[in-house]
Every structure is written in structure tokens, then in C-alpha cells.
Design a protein around this ligand. Structure first.
Ligand code: TXA
Ligand code: MG
Length: 318
């Protein structure tokens, strides 16, 4: 048996035993448990210190499985599912009665997606139940894109981190809900709005920074490093605002390196937004480890994945 299939077998046993496994996806690592196990779901919330009002995403193995989870699928949801799954898109749809209230925080809708990672797809195929999996980080902190990040957070709390390498996309899925059958973006993410619009036409963005947002994970402050973080259009002048401080810089493609900067990370010297997205969280993790006084981050062009990155950076700096 290959190492990977051995690991998957071990993960299956742990999950069947109502315990948790950190799983790789193409977006970020998830902290996964059986959606029908009260025990497993409770441990997800306690391990993450996540408030119970924040519902979980249900991960399913294939499109056929969708109707076991949801009771109604609008036409445009079908089109999106056929087009983008497996992939970095989560659909929020009316739930079936069989989906426990703890998963949905009492809502009558459920968030669901088919992740696009070979290891986790194989795992899902070997299980008799879907997996609830929030990002594998403590509430409000930076999501993990590598097994190391998960280990730093939860070394002593979980039985297994299923290693699937670094996450290819590196930012959470885009969450789409429906109002009167029309798609509404609840959370910007790894699938760009422009790509969604080529398939279903213009969509409405409701990705607000509110106290009680539609997707509760969209609180104003979220995805935060422990280090004070600011977001700016103009890194050079921002550096001047912080004399005698240990400064970290996260820039899109330019280097601002000078004696005032302790550490600089450039996301993509080719100005490639996809590359920048995939490196974003790892860079924030790295800067956050350095005992800096401040992390200065650069606002990216507000197009495509740049919108999603700006969304996360503005929450990180709230
Ligand atoms: O990429 C991802 O989506 C990752 C990987 C592991 O799949 N998961 C993830 O889960 O980011 P989490 O729990 O960190 O974020 C889930 C978001 C939360 O903001 C939650 O409020 C929202 O989904 N959500 C879940 N169910 C919902 C529902 N019924 N209506 C609206 N929003 C919902
Ligand atoms: Mg999260």
C-alpha cells in the first residue's frame, strides 16, 4: 500500500471513531469531522474556540451526493455546480431535515462544496458520511495553507494531519447564496467573481463587514495575524510613519527593501494575482512569527483575485 493510501485508511478509522482529522483542500486546510456525529462536531467548535452561531461547510464527494444534503437547487446553482465543482466554490442552499442544526447554526440553509484535492476526494469516497470542515485555525486567526501551520495551532489537540502538501489556491472558497434563485456572493474567495459571471451573468456582492453578516465568518475583524497589521496603497510613506520600529512588508511585486525594513516578502514578481493569492497566508504566517512591531501590507489592484486578497488584508488590518 502506498504511503498516501495508508494515511487515508488511518484518517477513515479516526473519522469513523467520531474524532477529528485535519484535511488538505485546494483552498486551505480544514478541521474535519463526521457531520452526523454530535461528538465530532462539538470537538470542532471547542478545538477552534469557534462561536456556535457560526455554521460549518459540508464537504461532499460528488455532484450526485448534493441532493442528500439540500432540498432545493435553483437552476443557476446547478449550472455553477456543474461548472466549478470540484473546486473553490461553496453554495448555500435550503437544507434537508437530516442535516443537524449544529452544522447550520439553526439556519434552514446549508453551505456545501466538493473540494478539489485528490487526497481528500479519495477520503470522502471512502466514508459513509460527508465531512464538516471549517478552516483548521483558531477562530479569527490566519487560515492554514500547509501542514506545518496546522501543527503550530493544534499539535496537541488533534489525532492526525492528513498531509496533502501546500494548498494550491491558498485562500478560502468563494461562498455563494441565493435570493429569489439569483446568486449572491457572501464571501469573496479563491474563485474570482469575474469567472462566476462568465457562467451565470452579473452577480450581487454582499460581502459586508458587519456585526451580523449573512455568512457569520465575515465579521469585520478576521483572518488576523497577532502582529499589528496595516493596509496601504503607499508602502513608502507608511514606512516613514513608523520610525524605530521593527517593520515587516508584504508587497505585491515591487521591492521596497531598505534599512528601515526588517523583513520583506514579495507575493509575485510577475504581478500574477493567482500566484499572489497562493502565497498570501503563508507570507502572513511567516511575518507573524518574526516578533515584528508592525506588518505593512500593500493594497492590490481591485480586480479578479485581487479583490479577494484585499478583502482578507482589510480584515486582517481591522
Ligand atoms: O475553502 C473553504 O471554504 C475552507 C475549506 C476547509 O473548505 N473552509 C472554510 O470554512 O473556510 P470556515 O468555517 O472557515 O468558513 C465557512 C464560512 C463561514 O463564514 C460561515 O459563516 C459560512 O461559511 N457559512 C456556513 N454555513 C452558512 C450558511 N448556511 N449561510 C451562510 N453562511 C454560511
Ligand atoms: Mg475560517
Amino acid at each position: 500500500m502506498s504511503i498516501i493510501s495508508k494515511d487515508i485508511k488511518k484518517a477513515v478509522a479516526i473519522l469513523n471513531n467520531e474524532e477529528l482529522v485535519a484535511i488538505p483542500t485546494e483552498t486551505v486546510y480544514g478541521l474535519a469531522g463526521n457531520i452526523f456525529s454530535e461528538k465530532a462536531i462539538q470537538s470542532i467548535f471547542t478545538t477552534k474556540k469557534r462561536p456556535f452561531f457560526n455554521p460549518l461547510i459540508v464537504h461532499i464527494p460528488n455532484l450526485e451526493y448534493l441532493e442528500n444534503v439540500v432540498s432545493y437547487i435553483p437552476e443557476k446553482a446547478k449550472t455553477l455546480a456543474q461548472h466549478f465543482w470540484p473546486g473553490s466554490m461553496t453554495l448555500v442552499l435550503p437544507k434537508r431535515d437530516s442535516i443537524p442544526d449544529v452544522i447550520t447554526a439553526g439556519k434552514d440553509t446549508v453551505a456545501v462544496r466538493i473540494p478539489n484535492h485528490p487526497v481528500t476526494l479519495e477520503l470522502l469516497n471512502q466514508l459513509d458520511f460527508p465531512l464538516a470542515a471549517p478552516s483548521a485555525n483558531p477562530f479569527n486567526s490566519i487560515s492554514p495553507t500547509k501542514p506545518d501551520h496546522v501543527e503550530q495551532y493544534f499539535k496537541n489537540d488533534i489525532k492526525m494531519i492528513l498531509d496533502g502538501g501546500a494548498c494550491r489556491n491558498g485562500i478560502e472558497s468563494t461562498i455563494i447564496g441565493f435570493e429569489n434563485d439569483e446568486p449572491i456572493i457572501y464571501r469573496l474567495g479563491a474563485l474570482a467573481i469575474e469567472d462566476i459571471e462568465t457562467v451565470v451573468g452579473k452577480v450581487v456582492l454582499k460581502n459586508k463587514k458587519e456585526q451580523n453578516p449573512d455568512a457569520p465568518g465575515m465579521l469585520k475583524k478576521h483572518y488576523s495575524p497577532n502582529t499589528l497589521t496595516v493596509l496601504t496603497q503607499d508602502i513608502k510613506s507608511e514606512i516613514k510613519n513608523h520610525p524605530n520600529k521593527k517593520i515587516g512588508v508584504l508587497s505585491f511585486y515591487n521591492s521596497f527593501k531598505n534599512d528601515d525594513i526588517t523583513k520583506e516578502i514579495i507575493l509575485s514578481t510577475n504581478k500574477d494575482l493567482k500566484e499572489a493569492t497562493s502565497k498570501l497566508y503563508n507570507a502572513l504566517h511567516e511575518l507573524d512569527q518574526l516578533d515584528l512591531d508592525i506588518i505593512i501590507t500593500e493594497k492590490l489592484p481591485d480586480i479578479g483575485l485581487g479583490k479577494s486578497i484585499n478583502d482578507r488584508l482589510s480584515r486582517a488590518s481591522s
